[in-house]
Design a protein around this ligand. Sequence first.
Ligand code: GLN
Length: 491
Amino acid sequence: MVTGVIDKGRPAAVAAWSAVMGRDGGARRWQEAVLAADEAINGFVEVDAARAAPGPGAAERGSDTGGGQMLAGVPFAVKDNIAVEGFSLSCGSALLRGLAAPYTATAVARLQRAGAHVVGKTNLDEFGMGSSSEHSCFGAVRNPWDATVVAGGSSGGSAAVVAAGLVPFALGSDTGGSVRQPASFCGVYGLKPTYGAVSRFGLVAYASSLDVIGVTAADAATARAAFETMRGVDQFDQSSVDYPAPAAAAASDRLVVGIPEDVLDGVDPAVRRALQAVRGRLEEAGIRCVPVQLGSLEYVVPAYYVIATAEASANLARYDGVRYGVRDGYASADAEEMTIAARSAGFGAEVKLRILVGTYVLRSGFQEQYYQRAQRIRTLIRRSFEHAFGEVDLLLMPTFPVPPFARGDAGLDAFQQKQGDLFTCTANLTGHPALSVPGIVDGGLPIGVQFMAPYFREDLLFQAAALLAAQTEAPRPPGYLGPHSLLAEDG
Ligand code: GLN
């Protein structure tokens, strides 16, 4: 076991996990157990507990706000669209399959400097586009609670491996809900930080004005430790920001949580039950819950998909078959033909659709009609949330309007999945931080709900989560592994 670390304030789960890896042969035994458990889930695209040496530059890029060796010896997984030197960086795409990252993302380097170890890369919807983690060149992720149900997406692998107790936390990316929605579907915590709070250096760009690196975790304290370690300005990301000193936390009995009842039309009864349950627990903890008006969220999804696809079409233009891409089976003297062949063979259908939509909305003569209009809607949405945060400390709303849905044709179609993003993608359009927390288990499946906070007030999100966690244990799926059973196994 790693000794001599600063144990003060170390989450209990973190200490247990570092014991799992620190004992004799611990990493090897972890790997055997995890590879066996992951067969049912398909959450990992690569597992290697032995490769995890912090790359050069990890020390320089360390965070000044990090908690020393808070995470010493703790294993974590990273979504396969975030670079970790020497590990896969496929983005779930046939176009990048086999690519090894030449450097390490700043967020990962900071966790490594705090003593945490990357042990694998996780499965995802191709380039982060999707809400089900079914669109991956590695096949679909399966929900650890029920293999016939999706894990959510696009960071479905990161949520599933945490829920199954294979790692204490995993990094994901959240452009429109991709950390929070799978966290909700798998019964774990999922944080989308304030835009700019965590460096995006080393995250493969989907839609740059919306993208944030976030974290899924088995408990709120671990999510907080990972976030505190990652956050802060980074010279390699010009949109990263210096964090203002946290304002003094309000006493719990002074916190006011707003529930936007005016936007809950069409929300599934089971999701409403989750919201009610969490509301009841908050009130029991002395927190006042009040109704707030957000106005309509009707234009959130159209605005999000115009902006996200426009930015994606520009970001994905770099995959031209020259620097990246599968090239076997064709050789051409014509550069355009080569690019067409690489993109036709490499991209999946959903990615192609989004590039087409993005190119369409940016076409000359159309920008005023789509992109600029979407940006104006974005400003209006931001104003209505800022107004709400003038009245309440936190907002509480569904993470996703329906419970975890079936995989394949029995589930939601691609259009319905996009419509379901309305509660999550607001936080990406406005830049506010948001945290999905476990709510209830209904019909054997977990349903989470989401808190949103003012800019840079992740501390309020964690304060609410800690109050809830003190009342209810996080739910666990059948077959949950976890540090304690790993430690118990053969003594
Ligand atoms: N479902 C959304 C989309 O497909 C969210 C994706 C994300 O956050 N990466 O765009």
